[in-house]
Design a binder for this molecule. Sequence first.
Ligand code: HEC
Length: 147
Amino acid sequence: MKHTLIAALSLMLASPVMAGGHAATGDAIAGEAVFGKQCVACHLVVNGDGEKLAGRNGKSGPNLYNIAGAGAGMVEDYNYGKSIVTAGAENGLIWNEETFVAYVQDPKSFLRTFLDDKKARAKMSYKVRDEEDARNVYAYLFSLSAE
Ligand code: HEC
């Protein structure tokens, strides 16, 4: 029975979730595991009440709460690199599934292409190897934000 429930749940979560015109097509349950392996060293997810929804102690990267639909480089009090701030504040980069999935697979190349600047830099050196993992972790972060 337990398996049926999990299967039904993951089916639900795997179907596109819509909120505020944004969609997440990945599997949030699988994405939670991806977060725990690949993002937790550097990122937390902390909501507006200061409640920790995901992560442990890693905070060399910005808080990823409400990242879906947010402008790039806009978490207050986080000391971003210059390129991502330029991308968000001056060039309108918004995190949706498409931009997020491309960014986390290669932050530096993504910013270089987006800004059309061969010298753009990324403070995030980590690269997600598998596109499906990237999609799933987006769905997970999306599910934590859509309250
Ligand atoms: C080794 C540390 C490290 C790991 C691992 C890491 N990140 Fe990051 N991440 C960073 C840093 C540092 C930044 C800030 C980038 C900058 O300022 O250029 C960042 C920025 C980001 C941003 C942009 C946030 C914003 O406010 O615009 C997203 C999205 C992101 N990371 C997602 C992820 C996801 C998802 C994972 C796991 C798959 C991950 N990161 C793994 C260090 C990391």
